[in-house]
Design a protein around this ligand. Structure first.
Ligand code: CP
Length: 288
């Protein structure tokens, strides 16, 4: 049984194996050993891509998927996360997918006897998002070593940026942050915004997480778009082979223009597609 909480627990060799396995699933590999296994998708925070691509992955593997509804559950009577997950184990689920707003929520779950795959822990980690980002970069460039990536925007609140910076550094990529300095938390070297646009192989835009801001932003939405939004003019400044990524959901007209979402340099739609194959690979791995 293999949990998946954060990529910093996993060796580079195993990360590469997950990426290659995801590519094999994308190429049509069949796998029937999970047919009939019961999975509970327990999302305590809103999610579209992670939740439904896990469901799609589970269906592709012939698993029996159930979605937990927090609002109609005994969580509303004060039941703890541990007791909720232990209940799922006792009533016959084989594996759980959990997204929870508490950073490192999984530390509470020691003693649960089914594998748990994290769909994100607050502003901590988002391992399957990073894996699908890595798969998308690997498909594009066929390597990681030496590639330059800049994260633009709300680094401080982004579990995607935190997870990606750690693993991308280990894979030999050069990681940078840019955008408003108030969003920066020192996770990677900060570089000038124009320099980032002109020099990077990958630009990863981040959603401005208005729901996590405990302080007022110094920029309003129009100012953010004017100063840092990925407009058509800024897309034109990127290197010929550079790509634009975004974990989504994106704020159109704030960090990204309508034009950039589906322009020829955007890999945002591919990231969403690849999420299904990465989640198939980590479901398979959980039972190995
Ligand atoms: N990228 C991502 O985690 O999206 P959702 O919040 O919709 O799952």
């Amino acid at each position: 049984m293999k949990n998946l909480f954060k990529l910093s627990d996993i060796s580079i060799a195993e990360i590469m194996e997950i990426i290659l396995e995801s590519l094999r699933f994308k190429a049509g590999m069949k796998y029937d050993k999970l047919v009939g296994k019961r999975v509970i998708n327990a999302f305590f925070e809103p999610s579209t891509r992670t939740q439904y691509s896990f469901i799609s992955a589970e269906q592709n593997l012939g698993m029996i998927a159930t979605n937990f509804n927090v609002e109609t559950s005994s969580v509303k009577k004060g039941e703890s996360l541990y007791d909720t997950m232990k209940t799922f184990e006792m009533i016959g689920y084989d594996i759980a997918i959990v997204r929870h707003p508490t950073i490192r929520y999984y530390e509470e779950l020691e003693g649960v006897g089914i594998p748990i795959l994290s769909g994100g822990d607050g502003s901590g980690s988002h391992p399957t998002q990073s894996l699908l980002d890595l798969m998308t970069i690997y498909e594009e460039f066929g390597r990681f070593e030496g590639l330059k990536i800049a994260f633009i925007g709300d680094i401080r609140h982004s579990r995607v940026a935190h997870t990606n910076i750690e693993i991308m550094n280990r894979l030999g990529m050069e990681t940078y942050t840019t955008g408003p300095q108030g969003f920066d938390d020192g996770s990677a070297p900060f570089i000038n915004y124009e320099r980032a646009l002109c020099e990077m192989d990958v630009i990863m835009l981040l959603r401005v997480q208005f729901e996590r801001h405990e302080y007022d932003m110094t920029l309003d939405r129009d100012q953010y778009y004017n100063e840092y939004g990925m407009t058509q003019a800024r897309v034109a400044m990127l290197k010929e082979k550079a790509i634009i990524m975004h974990p989504a959901p994106y704020n159109r007209g704030i960090e990204i223009s309508n034009y950039a979402v589906e322009c020829s340099k955007s890999r945002i739609m591919k990231q969403m597609q690849n999420g299904v194959f990465v989640r198939m690979a980590v479901l398979k791995r959980a039972f190995e």
